[in-house]
Design a protein around this ligand. Structure first.
Ligand code: BF8
Length: 669
């Protein structure tokens, strides 16, 4: 019998625990209980099942066995992995394609409700590709940029132009390895071609193309998605927000937006503030419309508009379980099919909006940019009409404040102000050892592990070790729910040197950098750190590590791969999709070995799967220290920094808040 976990074992989030108890009382299943009920297929999970042709599926469970066609386990594992990476790259990049088409439509005045909001970013990005900017209107520049970006998808030869934004040395490494992406779509198609029956049957050769495919995402589709989102909706800067299920309101129409593309969610935000919609909600007996986000859509509108996040991936079902959600509006990616049958137990309407995503039983209101505001209002009116059907509710009280919005542009500015914007202070802090190194902790929730546990454990420990943490995606929301994305709230939990830096600049120790496509912001930060000088001449020399402790999506594998190819050491938690047979001798484990040793030789980065969080932490610190030593930086010393001003800080922290205010600012009226 599979073991049923208790709510406390399933998640460390008390709001989620409360909802799991409610689910149990109401006899409603969730991803948590389904994960308990259904053990993963151990052959498929280890990458040992091949189902790419009708002679199989072939399950390779003994050392030396092959598929019907003779395919070895190495070939099969590499094929499975590259197909997942291709799917993840396709998902991110297709999102980017839609953003590029929206930019084109906005430039041509064909949309409703969208504007070019960040003209400075438009001009900066356009000038990177020598698009003329002087004396031209924003629309003319945006038109050229949209054309250039749209062309990257179907380009057949040459190189994806966005790769020119990587450090020069890195670009040469890609040229020499033959992995510079030619066109975003071309690499995905070739990945599928190569893995058709009877094609590429050399594991390492297949995996080289996995790198090329993923680079088309990271330095292509995802990067342009981030550029365009900023141009259309504004480049994020710190803003106060809230996270967790307690952001839902008893006296308002709750609309949860879930998915990834800000084109939809931004327009829903605009429509929710329209006097006509507010009046419509009041007529329905509510105080107004309360928006909240789930998954990366949450990150997009949280960091730009301060719209609260109801939670991360595993909160999508739990938000409906409150009984207080009038509509869950979804677009693309990470949307569970289970939402519709779960919503049948309540009054919640699940509304699909993308021409690419329909769910049987959901209401479909198709969204398009030409009539965006009109459609957004129709969606909200559908939700408001549903308010009268609300039954009993149970909304957990949990919600935490947070400050998201650390785009690379803002980090640059915050380190030096308008006149001295620079990465110099960050590089200096790393070089002196105040900051030991940087960890990017990103990625999903996975119900196979306790929700948020791995994220928080790794984040908290690295903070204590003076490692500055940057986060995106559902990992960022995990930290937000735990209160780690606030300046003062988090600073008692961080090492002395890092704390000194955070207190001086006035930043939280964990920087929320956006959604999963915004992992490209991290690549840009790393590139700017290289350009600033003092930390080597390429990304692989920086004392930095990428971690995805609770990964589950194919997109995460694509991200991990382009980060490795960019020079990063990347550690995935949970299970390995290439673990193979348990009794495999490690020397014969070609695929795992190649991702570690082979890729490190080629790119200076490597990809490892490590289920034990303590090991993840140790490996991260060891890598950071190794990179520090290779750069000739002083050995990390936890006792060297952070003493200055501490006595005063500690005294202040011991005071009740009112007295602390007086001590800091004097008596006020
Ligand atoms: O792109 S972190 S569960 S929501 S895949 Fe999905 Fe994973 Fe969340 Fe965003 Ni990213």
């Amino acid at each position: 019998m599979p073991k049923k976990r208790t709510p406390e074992e399933s998640t460390i989030d008390s709001a989620a625990q409360e909802m799991l108890i409610r689910a149990n009382d109401l006899s409603i299943g969730t991803a948590f209980s389904r994960a308990d009920d259904m053990a993963p297929c151990n052959i498929g999970a280890a990458g040992m099942c091949c189902k790419i042709c009708g002679m199989g599926p072939c399950r390779l469970t003994k050392e030396g066995s092959t598929g019907v066609c003779g395919a070895t386990i190495d070939t099969i594992q590499a094929r499975n992995l590259i197909r997942a990476i291709a799917a993840g790259s396709a998902a991110h990049s297709d999102h980017g394609r839609d953003m590029a088409f929206t930019l084109k439509a906005v430039a041509n005045g064909e949309t409703e409700g969208y504007y070019l909001r960040d003209i400075a970013k438009l001009r900066t990005v356009a000038s990177k590709y020598d698009i003329p900017i002087e004396g031209r209107s924003p629309e003319e520049i945006a038109n050229d940029l949209a054309d250039l970006y749209i062309a990257q998808f179907g380009q057949q030869r040459g190189k994806v132009v966005l790769t020119s934004r990587a450090p020069e040395k890195r670009q040469k490494i890609w040229e020499e390895a033959g992995v510079t992406p030619r066109g975003i779509d071309r690499e995905v198609v070739e990945a599928l071609h190569r893995t058709h029956i009877g094609d590429d049957q050399d594991a390492e050769h297949i995996l080289n193309h996995a790198v090329r495919t993923a680079l088309g995402d990271g330095w292509g589709g995802s990067l342009l998605a981030t550029d365009i989102s900023d141009i259309l909706f504004g480049t994020p800067a710190p803003i106060l927000g809230q996270a967790n299920l307690g952001v839902l309101k008893t006296d308002m129409v709750n609309v949860v937006v879930h998915g990834h593309e800000p084109t939809l969610s931004e327009m829903i935000v605009t429509a929710s503030q329209d006097p006509e919609i507010i009046e419509y909600a009041k007529e329905a007996g509510a105080k107004g419309v309360n928006l909240a986000g789930i998954c990366c859509t949450a990150n997009e509108i949280l960091m730009r508009q301060g719209i609260p996040a109801a939670g991360n991936f595993l909160h999508q079902e739990l938000s409906i379980l409150t009984g207080a959600v009038e509509a869950m509006v979804v677009d693309v990616q990470c949307i569970m099919q289970a939402l519709v049958s779960l919503a049948d137990n309540f009054h919640t309407k699940v509304i699909t909006t993308s021409p690419k995503v329909k769910i049987k039983g959901a209401t479909h209101i198709e969204f398009n940019e030409h009539k965006a505001l009109t459609i957004a209002k129709e969606i909200l009116k559908t939700a408001i009409d549903n308010y009268k059907n609300r039954g009993a509710t149970q909304i957990p009280e949990d919600r935490e404040d947070l400050i998201p919005g650390f785009s690379h542009e803002y980090i640059n500015y915050m380190l030096g102000g308008s006149y001295r914007a620079s990465f110099r202070p960050l590089n200096d802090a790393i070089m002196s050892g105040r900051i030991r190194g940087v960890a990017a902790i990103v990625g999903c929730n996975n119900p196979r592990s306790s929700q948020d546990y791995l994220h928080i454990k790794v984040t908290e420990e690295l903070l204590k070790q003076d490692v500055l943490v940057v986060e995106t995606g559902c990992g960022a929301i995990a930290s937000a729910k735990k209160g780690l994305l606030l300046g003062e709230a988090g600073l008692d939990k961080v090492g002395p040197g890092l704390r000194e830096v955070c207190e001086t600049i006035g930043i939280p120790p964990v920087l929320h950098m956006g959604s999963c496509v915004d992992n490209t912001r991290i690549l840009t930060v790393l590139t700017q750190m290289v350009e600033e000088g003092g930390l080597g001449d390429d990304i692989d020399q920086i004392p930095a590590v990428g971690l995805a402790p609770e990964w589950m999506s194919e997109k995460a594998l694509a991200i991990g791969t382009y980060c490795v190819a960019s020079g990063a050491y990347v550690i995935f938690g949970g299970t390995s999709p290439i673990s193979g047979m348990p009794d495999r001798v490690s020397d014969s484990d070609v695929v795992s070995k190649y991702l570690i040793e082979g890729w490190e030789k080629l790119y200076g980065g490597k990809l490892e799967f490590e289920p034990d969080p303590d090991e993840m932490i140790q490996k991260t610190l060891a890598h950071i220290d190794k990179k520090r030593s290779e750069l000739g930086l002083p050995e990390y010393d936890p006792d060297r920094f952070g003493k200055g001003g501490d006595e005063r800080m500690l005294k202040l922290e011991a005071l009740p808040i009112e007295e602390r205010q007086v001590a800091l600012y004097g008596e006020t009226d």
